[in-house]
Design a binder for this molecule. Structure first.
Ligand SMILES: NC(=O)c1ccc[n+]([C@@H]2O[C@H](COP(=O)([O-])OP(=O)(O)OC[C@H]3O[C@@H](n4cnc5c(N)ncnc54)[C@H](O)[C@@H]3O)[C@@H](O)[C@H]2O)c1
Length: 591
């Protein structure tokens, strides 16, 4: 196939337009840049010259390449010149009327075969297309900022866009070294559609004082490996921009989860727009700075000191229990590994030995440290061996009956004053606490899998947890080199309450045939820098586990938007549970 669109006009050469003009010229195409007037055109040209000079300094471009690509770009202010282009990309400010006027003009100016693309983020491509007499040749082409480094391009088709035009634009994007994904015309397309609902929930979580901004951000970075926490990201995007995108999403979906959290409106009204204004959720050194200024008097600083912990009991013999034993033993604690039978406890210790051996083989642990850690661990089939420990961490099956029975037993065995912790990820901690006669000593310690590697621990205090018990666990986390975040005893804690609704939204997108599994995964990885796409993650976590968490969240908050997507239920019913069963959203058996 011939290279599509040898001549491209870019209308509006601001942040996005200037970046796109350079990317297009780099592909060897002629670029006609069009600004609103002569002054704006001069400024735009200067911007392009500066940006490319910086690229030469940073060795992203050679001086010769810069000269060659600048020779391909002409900048003016006559929209009529768009007539010479095969493709016009519009990148003017995000105002529907302005964009519609420009498209009506372009439709008049350009030959009938010219393809017209809008760079809108949140406006309806269909309504922009309706300003022309050629809606089959109008589509959205959504680049990401900064254009030179972001590989993703969402190619947005309306119901009227011809498949050929969409394919040509996708091919064009590939020839710029980008990775195009196909999306339908709905606010936010793929990336923002999934991202902003999640950001909105994080803002609402902060607003309800469920957790601090630092803890919400740390939880998502450390618990999910995201490059940035949601509140820091909102500050970077701009609170006003985020609110506009959410308004557009809500307008169409009428889903309350898209209705901008009230705090976003308050921040905007107060002029606290994020980094660009020097303050948003965080305060920055100066407008435009990325350096956060610490604010005084952290909450909780007058909390009592914690209790002393020297010996630890871990109940369970599965993945989490074994991983948690490893964490404590490596930090020098004496650990009793208590399972339902001596055989199970011995087998768990053997697993631990294997894991430590792997660390030695990888050079991460010395042979002495391995031996020292192993020597600290006593496997036992009897919970009575936990009588004198200072802390018990329960990591048995995720079943309330089983856990309550265990807590009732521990209550009779373990010395008074010991801290009793549960690692549950979806059951109420308080239900474990009330199975004992000492609910003030019971707390949640939600570790992440694999426990030795994942730094995050959600520390979940119930309404009855004593303050010094919370202190004990926070201090202990620091000693075993974990990052604790504090939250209350409600479904999903921080991470799962923000993660699973996003995963569920992705399943809904798929179920509605809005985009494919591969395109959604690619979009989130390239658009947001996530380590895995939502479907990759669902297949790893397990579809049954994910469904249970979504059901618990829905049951807790009764939010219609949190109801598990029927497609997820169907897959679970069909036995497609993800990697562990060989098939989930993808077929792993055939790979
Ligand atoms: N900034 C981002 O991160 C980002 C990312 C993806 C998409 N977008 C979308 O891209 C589009 C452009 O955004 P931006 O951030 O580059 O905006 P911007 O404000 O930086 O640039 C807009 C440019 O358009 C010019 N302009 C205004 N009216 C014009 C007219 N009638 N004719 C020609 N030029 C005109 C302005 O002079 C300005 O240079 C918007 O639709 C935005 O939503 C932005």
């Amino acid at each position: 196939m011939e290279r599509p669109f040898p001549t491209v006009a870019v209308v509006g050469l601001g942040t996005m337009g200037a970046g796109i003009a350079v990317a297009v010229a780099r592909s060897g195409r002629r670029v006609i840049g069009i600004e609103a007037g002569p002054d704006q055109a001069a400024r735009a040209l200067a911007r392009i010259e500066e940006a490319t000079a910086r690229a030469v300094e940073r060795e992203r471009l050679t001086a010769e390449m810069r000269t060659a690509l600048l020779a391909l770009i002409q900048v003016g202010h006559d929209l009529g010149r768009a007539a010479e282009a095969d493709l016009v990309i519009e990148e003017v400010p995000e105002q529907l009327e302005l964009k519609r006027e420009i498209f009506a003009e372009l439709d008049r100016i350009c030959p009938p075969e010219t393809v017209l693309a809008t760079g809108t983020t949140a406006l309806s491509v269909t309504r922009i297309a309706a300003a022309t007499a050629r809606p089959e040749r109008v589509l959205g082409v959504h680049f990401f900022n900064p254009v030179h480094s972001m590989k993703l391009v969402e190619v947005v088709r309306t119901v009227l866009t011809s498949p050929q035009a969409a394919e040509d634009v996708a091919e064009f994007a590939r020839s710029l070294g980008k990775e195009p994904v196909a999306a339908g015309d709905r606010p936010g397309f793929i990336v923002n559609g999934l991202l902003f609902a999640y950001l909105n929930q994080a803002a609402a979580m902060f607003e309800s004082r469920y957790a601090t901004r630092e803890d919400i951000d740390a939880a998502m970075r450390l618990g999910c490996g995201l490059p940035m926490g949601p509140l820091a990201l909102l500050d970077l995007i701009g609170i006003d921009t985020a609110r506009t995108v959410l308004e557009a999403m809500y307008e169409q979906s009428k889903d309350r989860l898209h209705a901008p959290a009230p705090i976003l409106g308050q921040l905007v009204a107060a002029g606290l727009l994020g980094r660009k204004s020097g303050r948003g959720f965080y305060t920055y050194e100066a407008p435009g700075s990325s350096k956060v200024v610490a604010e005084s008097a952290a909450a909780g600083s007058n909390r009592p000191a914690g209790r002393e912990v020297r010996t630890v009991g871990v109940c369970g013999s599965g993945t989490m229990a074994t991983g948690i034993v490893e964490v404590f033993a490596k930090a020098g604690y004496t650990v009793f590994l208590a399972a339902r039978s001596q055989e199970k406890a011995d087998a768990a210790k053997a697993q631990l030995a294997k894991s430590l051996e792997r660390s030695v083989a990888k050079g991460r642990l010395s042979a002495e440290a391995r031996d020292a850690a192993l020597a600290l661990v006593t496997p036992t089939g009897s919970y009575t061996d936990l009588a004198e420990v200072d802390l018990v961490v329960e990591a048995v099956a995720e079943d309330l009956g089983v856990k309550r029975e265990l807590f009732a037993a521990l209550d009779k065995i373990v010395r008074p004053g010991a801290v009793l912790a549960t690692t549950t990820s979806s059951l109420p901690v308080i239900s474990c606490a009330t199975a004992t006669s000492r609910p003030q000593d019971v707390i949640g310690m939600h570790f992440f899998n694999p426990a030795p590697a994942m730094k995050l621990v959600e520390v979940v205090s119930t309404v009855l947890t004593a303050e010094d018990v919370t202190s004990t666990v926070l201090e202990l986390c620091a000693k075993v080199k974990k990052h604790p975040v504090e939250c209350g005893d409600r479904a999903g804690f921080i991470v799962n309450a923000l993660l699973f609704p996003y995963l569920n939204d992705a399943v809904r997108m798929l179920q509605e045939h809005y985009a494919t599994v591969d395109d959604i995964d690619t979009a989130m990885k390239l658009g947001c820098g996530y380590p895995m796409g939502p479907f990759e993650l669902l297949d790893v976590v397990g579809l049954d586990v994910s469904l249970t968490i979504e059901q618990v969240l829905h049951q807790e908050f009764r939010e219609p938007g949190l109801a598990a997507a029927p497609l997820l239920e169907h897959l679970v019913a069909a036995g497609c549970l993800g990697r562990k069963s060989g098939r989930g959203f993808r077929d792993h058996a055939r790979r």
